[in-house]
Design a protein around this ligand. Structure first.
Ligand SMILES: CC(C)(COP(=O)(O)OP(=O)(O)OC[C@H]1O[C@@H](n2cnc3c(N)ncnc32)[C@H](O)[C@@H]1OP(=O)(O)O)[C@@H](O)C(=O)NCCC(=O)NCCS
Length: 158
């Protein structure tokens, strides 16, 4: 029997409402402040969710920063029951494609030094990690992930 599909689509208000309720559980600690409404209302055009059998199993808040322009992944979370099933890969692929079509040449994200899962995930997807000692202020080091992406080749032919 074929496994039920995973669907990737734009993040909607009902998804946002659910994310703020479950995010602390999915991340294993207080994280809901990072899901600021700004990332849905003002910067949510490229935000994505993955749905499986009607249930939200992963989300990505991301937007295009003007410098570059750069596709910036602000926050990602996958239901712990659905990790290592390519849900994060789907979200990143969808976001990367939207950024590429919008003319971005690079992607960026950050995480704390202790987040080994995030490091392995980004490296598996072809991102590069670099440690910045004072990135988030004195004594607040961060890993900065970047990935170069090819511009949309069809642009020049239009
Ligand atoms: C990090 C996270 C987003 C990964 O999502 P995911 O859906 O489990 O990732 P995928 O299944 O798409 O993984 C793709 C590849 O990344 C690597 N990878 C992902 N998570 C990993 C982990 N915890 N340890 C080692 N490698 C990992 C693997 O190579 C994996 O391929 P494989 O399963 O075939 O070996 C998810 O674990 C999560 O939500 N973590 C908590 C929140 C968080 O840290 N967010 C990111 C902060 S920047």
């Amino acid at each position: 029997m074929t496994a039920p599909p995973f669907t990737t689509r734009q993040l909607e208000k009902g998804d946002y409402d659910q994310i703020v309720r479950i995010i602390d559980k999915w991340w294993g600690g207080p994280t809901s402040a990072l899901a600021h409404p700004l990332f849905f209302y003002e910067l949510g055009e490229l935000a994505r969710v993955v749905v499986h059998e009607g249930a939200l199993v992963g989300f990505l808040f991301g937007f295009i920063a003007p410098a570059g322009p750069t596709g910036y992944v602000h926050l990602v979370g996958i239901d712990p029951e659905f990790r290592r099933r390519n849900v994060g890969t789907r979200l990143y692929a969808s976001f990367e494609e939207a950024c590429r079509l919008a003319g971005c040449s690079r992607l960026k994200a950050i995480t704390t030094l202790a987040n080994d899962g995030s490091v392995h995930f980004h490296e598996a997807l072809g991102w590069t990690a670099e440690e910045h000692g004072d990135y988030a202020g004195p004594g607040r080091a961060r890993l900065v992930f970047t990935k170069a992406i090819a511009a949309d080749a069809s642009e020049g032919r239009r």
